[in-house]
Design a protein around this ligand. Structure first.
Ligand SMILES: *Cc1c(COP(=O)(O)O)cnc(C)c1O
Length: 226
């Protein structure tokens, strides 16, 4: 399928999911471009994509060099501290903040360039060992520390549901993530706004939207399987 047609279909499915949930607030489509050629990314941008994401910092830097200010750039994968300096200037949102050492490095580098870096904390409420992210218990402690970092703005949470067929399990993970987000929002920390929930990928973005996602990260649904 052409990128443009695939995008139309994803947008329609997003709208339908919003409608089922009775939602009127916006849901941002984040196009995950990992392993996709620049030409196909350009097609997606021409067809209306305004946010692209990569899970490797080197790849994100390449897209920044190629597409400049045509789109905004999100980092969604595990981020090594020594890579922060390469992406900090142009990255609008880091979805994968998952540890103190990374927060310290982001805070330090952001201060150096006079920026406040928007971040999401990656959580793993399902307790699945193979998944990255902080547990519910851990995130509640971690976010308290984030309130002390003036150059980091915590905008919300990111999660990945387990790769299972059982829709009820996936839905429960999203519900638990929403619950943790509300819990943190109710504490009203400085630099912690909790308005965003990045959850849902090609296989589960409709469930995520029904449960309250404000951002969905879709790769293969737009560009085909990798
Ligand atoms: C690859 C990736 C996605 C997109 O996955 P698809 O199944 O291709 O939509 C979303 N989030 C993260 C963190 C990823 O690494």
């Amino acid at each position: 399928m052409e990128v443009k047609e695939a995008l139309q279909e994803i947008n329609q499915r997003m709208e339908a999911a919003k409608e089922r949930a009775g939602r009127q607030d916006p849901v941002q489509l984040v196009a995950v471009t990992k392993t996709v050629s620049d030409d196909r990314v350009a097609e997606a941008i021409a067809a209306g994509v305004i946010v692209i994401a990569e899970n490797r910092p080197q790849e994100l830097v390449k897209r920044m060099e190629r597409f400049q200010d045509e789109v905004s750039y999100h980092m969604i994968g595990r981020l090594q501290t020594n890579k922060v300096r390469h992406i900090i200037e142009k990255t609008a949102l880091i979805h994968s903040l998952d540890r103190m050492s990374l927060a310290q490095e982001i805070n330090r580098r952001a201060e150096a360039i006079g920026k406040v870096q928007d971040c999401l904390i990656q959580v793993n409420v399902s307790g699945e060992e193979t998944k990255a992210g902080l547990s519910e218990k851990e995130v509640l402690v971690f976010v308290e520390e984030m309130a002390k970092m003036p150059y980091i703005n915590i905008k919300g949470l990111m999660t990945m549901a387990p790769l299972v067929d059982d829709e009820r399990i996936i839905r429960q993970v999203f519900r638990d993530t929403v619950r943790v987000k509300e819990q943190i929002a109710n504490r009203h920390y400085d630099h912690v706004s909790m308005e965003e929930l990045s959850m849902g990928m090609t296989g589960d973005f409709e469930i995520a939207i029904e449960e309250g996602a404000t951002m969905v990260r879709v790769g293969s649904g737009i560009f085909g399987s990798r």
